[in-house]
Design a protein around this ligand. Sequence first.
Ligand SMILES: NC(=O)c1ccc[n+]([C@@H]2O[C@H](COP(=O)([O-])OP(=O)(O)OC[C@H]3O[C@@H](n4cnc5c(N)ncnc54)[C@H](O)[C@@H]3O)[C@@H](O)[C@H]2O)c1
Length: 303
Amino acid sequence: MGMLEGKVVAVTGAGRGIGREIALLAAAEGASVVVNDLGASESGEGADTGPAGEVVEIIKSKGGKAIVNGADISDPLGAESIIEDALRAFGKIDSVVNNAGVLRDRIFHKMSRSDWEDSIRVNLNGYYYVSKAAALVFKEQGHGNFVHFTSTSGLIGNFGQANYSAAKMGVVGLSNSIALDMQRFGVTSNCIAPFAWSRLTASIPAQTEAEIERVERLKTMSADKIAPLAVFLASDRSKEVSGQIFCVRKNEIFLFSVPRPVRSMHRAEGWTPDSIADELLPAFKPSFHDLARSSDIFAWDPI
Ligand SMILES: NC(=O)c1ccc[n+]([C@@H]2O[C@H](COP(=O)([O-])OP(=O)(O)OC[C@H]3O[C@@H](n4cnc5c(N)ncnc54)[C@H](O)[C@@H]3O)[C@@H](O)[C@H]2O)c1
């Protein structure tokens, strides 16, 4: 028996990269899969259901069940169609993997409003639309699992990705809130920050020696390594896991910390701007975190 035997799973952005590997493993573990992919370019232009169709054909050729959904997740009706297609084709929906994503990288002072809005539209609003469409079904049936893709670009930081980082941190807030709001209905919601060589990461500009080295390291990380954790989180075996942020890098799986207060200082008379500068700043300063990029923190070679 596969871990997802008898389950129905929708995976967004499953025509390529990480989503494709999740769809293939979910099917191999017994799930019927809605393979959603708009088939856009890495920055979100155009549409082609060819890649999603290929994934469905591979699943069917191995005796599995899958259908194509070519909707744009940033269109609320398109997002709803993913859940409707699952219900129509397979009679139910058990898990949603919010994986689709686009990049519109630009250094902040040059980031246009459309760079900002296009990223938020797909990477954050799209996740809300798909989750919202599934939430009512999950509530009625008393179970359901959400797996959302975030990024260390948001969790830690990166250059030229203010739009993407904001969206991906938004995804963390969305996941945490769904976990809290829907716990009473038996629903779980978790995040994965992946590292994988894909079309998306192939678009990372690499000019300096350090950047070239970072990209060479990324090339050794294959997308299929992310799928086992996503499939586990989409299964009944992860019932007690919710509101967590995981990270996968090759054969390593990480659990991330979440913000909690690290220092507190009380002043009986209350604070003035001057007393903050004179008393609070020197007390807090040793606890400030350094500004870091994802690659500064994940500085060692993956095994
Ligand atoms: N690859 C990495 O190292 C990495 C790192 C951090 C986060 N991520 C996240 O992981 C997820 C998967 O990334 P990937 O590297 O496999 O990228 P990818 O570009 O290979 O695949 C993403 C897929 O999403 C689809 N898509 C884009 N916009 C869509 C939309 N509006 N509606 C439906 N489908 C749409 C694309 O057509 C594409 O097939 C993304 O959310 C990405 O932000 C990836």
